[in-house]
Design a protein around this ligand. Structure first.
Ligand SMILES: Nc1ncnc2c1ncn2[C@@H]1O[C@H](COP(=O)(O)OP(=O)(O)OP(=O)(O)O)[C@@H](O)[C@H]1O
Length: 337
């Protein structure tokens, strides 16, 4: 949906669509103009006295920055990755074109180069990383300045290690993030992120919970929901989701829903088969690209049934029960977890 440029909105509309603009007026100790006045009319009415010139220039720059953050964002239509070399210096036969909506899984032994591949994407490698890989964004070499530009922030990364050091509640933390994205409906987004995070985490938490009091699984669930609902980056990189203590399939579905390219290092067979293709790493290079076959997709239901049984046994151990029989059909612990 194309948004109305900020300049053409009245101050009453801006209050909803761009609350951050009012921070400028507060910061500059300026009186907020009449509600029905359009921003462009207000700007035109300001006198051009030297005393006001600096303020007008600052306001114009502020509005331009807000507009670029809010406006019609850069759209990623294709990400192209061409091979470099593996750890032995052998050329990597890789010519990969990815489009939004795809999930690509990275598999391979420890040290085989999965994290390095994700790092190449995060850094938008241009032959300037140890692998020599190159990326094209919408068919072109990305401008190096994009690596730091909020408007072109292409990549959101979910890492396994989450440590909060801030003295904030969950709601305050998510609100800060939503406000920094200049979202008009920040409060609604905060509620959605917390609700989704609770749906992913084993143990619930509220908006009042301190972020430092969250467990590893709860923090991870919060970051997944936050990335899915607040991040506008079209590429999501995930380094291992399996040990997170969260509903990982639901997490993946939430992340994919927003039409992103998701690249995920995983050895979880269910997640691997949920991807459209998987890259097999050896010695720092992509040795094979496997498309998920129809026969593999047909195994998903069986794998999920195994997984459910496994989850059941885990929950029995977790709740202090004994595992003297493994019959999940009649198991009272199967439901409710
Ligand atoms: N093509 C390459 N050329 C040179 N060094 C590489 C290459 N690929 C990976 N490396 C280096 O090899 C080391 C191991 O790679 P990496 O951490 O990416 O492996 P991994 O598959 O993610 O391992 P794990 O599963 O244990 O997390 C890193 O120091 C990385 O920078």
């Amino acid at each position: 949906m194309k948004s109305v440029p900020l300049q053409q909105q009245t101050f009453s509309e801006l209050r909803q669509s761009c609350p951050a603009l009012f921070d400028f007026f507060a910061g500059q100790q300026l009186a907020v103009p009449a509600e029905e006045l359009r921003l462009e009319t207000y700007l035109a009415q300001l006198s051009t006295s030297p005393a006001q010139a600096a303020q007008i220039a600052a306001l114009n720059a502020y509005v331009a920055a807000l507009q670029s953050l809010q406006g019609d964002r850069f759209r990623l239509t294709a990400l192209h990755i061409s091979g470099g070399r593996d750890k032995n210096g052998q050329a990597e036969a890789l010519d990969l074109q990815l489009v939004p909506g795809e999930v690509i899984c990275l598999v391979g032994p420890t040290g085989s180069g999965k994290s390095r591949f994700l790092a190449d994407i995060e850094w938008m490698a241009q032959g300037d990383t140890p692998t020599g890989r190159r990326l094209l964004v919408n068919g072109q070499s990305p401008d190096p300045a994009w690596r730091f530009s909020p408007e072109h922030k292409l990549v959101a990364q979910l890492s396994q290690n989450m440590n909060f050091v801030m003295d904030l509640s969950v709601a305050e933390f998510v609100r800060l993030h939503a406000e920094s994205r200049l979202l008009p409906d920040a409060e609604q987004k905060v509620a959605q992120v917390i609700a989704q995070a609770n749906a992913l985490a084993g143990e619930g938490f509220s908006g009042e919970t301190a972020v430092t009091a969250l467990s590893g699984g709860q923090s991870r669930a919060l970051m997944v929901a936050d990335t899915a609902l607040l991040s506008q980056s079209p590429i999501v990189l995930i380094d291992e989701i399996e040990n997170a203590g969260i509903d990982r399939r639901r997490a993946l579905k939430l992340l994919v829903r927003e039409e992103k390219i998701v690249l995920m290092a995983t050895h979880d067979p269910i997640l691997a088969l949920m991807g459209s293709q998987r890259l097999v790493f050896r010695q720092g290079g992509v040795a094979q690209v496997l498309q998920t076959s129809r026969a593999e997709q047909e195994q998903l239901a069986a794998l999920e049934a195994y997984d459910q049984r496994w989850l059941n046994w885990r929950n029995r151990i977790r709740s202090g029960a004994r595992l003297e029989q493994l019959d999940s059909e009649t198991d009272p612990y199967l439901d409710g977890f």
